[in-house]
Design a protein around this ligand. Structure first.
Ligand code: PFF
Length: 447
């Protein structure tokens, strides 16, 4: 393929892939899912799944993308011509479509909080007042949908401009910036009175708290944070040069992700327990807790606004990747088509996300399986569609790509590729599918 965009710098790919991975998943979702699923036990299983199941999958997707240098659909078509395997890519597109529709709602909350922080609505309040302010913000239909719209408009704009200029640059500053601000929050959070209870809750695995759902949620969370199972990483790595080390990239993304999740937990839980709040508040958790923590820091409001701006970037870089994979398939490298499809698909995603956005207010009475629309969309994506995509990819790779080709690709540009090949192959071929299937059998009560 001539004329194909490539990441313009060595770090471009790793930052873009890390940008896709690090987002709301580690900072917003991880603390609240850990908070509803038993804290320490969840953390332990999450790390195990991320390293033993998520990492082999991530590397597998990288290999598919770079070996074919094609998008999420064409890559499967090349590797398995005249078969239905390309449906994995289509499944990934549908998953990303639904995922972005509710992801953008939370992205919108961040935007609204930045505006509120700047206009003075987020300092000097009591704990209850902070919760009230947030409750009012997300339940007001006009306000919450405006946030969702702004988030989608930014995403559409950047994706419509193309990968290299659009995505690559911002990550290099934003990800390290986010680390630093998280560290500041942690310093304050762990020095609050009574914070040790939260630290214990987060780090001490209480196995008696574990249920089948803990396993499912930890698995879903690890796929969600690594962006695997949806072919996004296939599309991203299709732009990467043969000189780059795929194993090194995959390992550093996994480490960064676990690190950010640990930082987020350490920022949130000590404060939750110190303030006497509930860890199982669900999606609203960090928005309820963080403003009050920042209030306890000198010039806290400045840090709060800075934190939410960086957090917004982290969410946006993930959002870009979701829209990118769909747009890349439709536009096939044609720049005018990219523009057109970014807008059409992006606006459709905005529309589909509206009910999720309204489910914290006017539509809160509409529930299915005891969950509001937003939670159902999240459950469908994180716990059903992403694991299904991951399962299919783990079956596809050993079945349809020769060991020689896999070995060549894993070692291209990498000194460790050859050494880790055998373990990677075993994990991907056996552990990944078996683990996913066991989690499901356990959930439906068969084992
Ligand atoms: N990994 C992203 C996060 O943790 O916020 C979410 C995500 C992005 C999932 C892209 C899937 C995806 F394709």
């Amino acid at each position: 393929m001539e004329n194909r965009d490539q990441w313009t710098s060595r770090l471009g790919f790793i930052f873009a892939a890390a940008g896709s991975a690090i987002g709301l998943g580690a900072i917003w979702k991880f603390p609240y899912v850990a908070g509803t699923s038993g804290g320490g036990a969840f953390l332990l299983i999450f790390i195990l799944f991320t390293v033993l199941v998520g990492l082999p999958l991530l590397l597998g997707e990288f290999i598919i993308g770079r070996t074919t240098q094609k998008d999420a659909i064409e890559s499967f078509k090349e590797l398995a011509p005249n078969s239905s395997w390309h449906l994995i890519g289509r499944l990934g597109m549908v998953t990303c479509f639904i995922l972005l529709s509710f992801y953008s709602v939370v992205g919108g909350w961040i935007i609204l909080y930045i505006i509120k922080g700047i206009t003075g609505g987020l300092s000097g309040l009591t704990n209850e007042q902070y919760q009230e302010v947030f409750g009012q913000t997300i339940s007001d239909p006009l306000i919450s949908i405006s946030g969702h719209l702004i988030f989608m408009l930014i995403t559409i704009f950047v994706v419509s401009k193309g990968i290299a200029e659009g995505i690559e640059k911002a990550n290099k500053i934003m990800i390290p910036g986010l680390f630093i601000l998280l560290l500041i929050v942690i310093l304050r959070s762990v020095t609050l009175d009574g914070s040790h209870v939260g630290i214990e809750f987060f780090f001490k695995p209480d196995i008696s708290n574990m249920t089948s759902e803990t396993l499912l949620f930890a698995m879903g969370q690890s796929f969600f944070t690594l962006s695997v199972g949806v072919s996004v990483m296939i599309t991203y790595s299709s732009y990467v040069s043969k000189k780059e080390s795929l194993p090194a990239s995959a390992i550093s993304i996994v480490i960064m992700n676990i690190f950010v999740a640990l930082l987020a937990g350490l920022a949130i839980f000590p404060a939750v327990f110190s303030f006497g709040l509930q860890p199982d508040q669900g999606p609203v958790l960090i928005f309820n807790v963080l403003p009050f923590v920042f209030d306890q820091i000198p010039f806290g409001i400045i840090f709060l606004v800075a934190f939410f701006i960086l957090f917004l970037f982290a969410a946006l870089t993930s959002a870009f990747s979701m829209l990118e994979i769909i747009v890349a398939v439709f536009s096939k490298g044609d720049k005018t088509k990219r523009m057109k499809f970014s807008w059409i698909i992006g606006l459709l995603i905005f529309l589909v996300g509206i009910p999720s956005g309204l489910s914290f207010g006017v539509l809160s009475d509409i529930t299915l399986f005891d969950k509001i629309i937003f939670d159902n969309a999240d459950y469908l994506v994180s716990n059903i569609l992403m694991p299904l995509g991951a399962l299919l990819i783990s079956i596809f790779i050993p079945l349809k790509i020769s060991k020689e080709r896999l070995l060549e690709e894993i070692s291209s540009g990498s000194s460790i590729g050859k050494k880790i090949f055998a373990s990677w192959y075993l994990l991907l071929k056996y552990l990944v599918p078996i683990a996913i299937i066991i989690v499901y059998l356990d959930l439906i009560g068969i084992i």
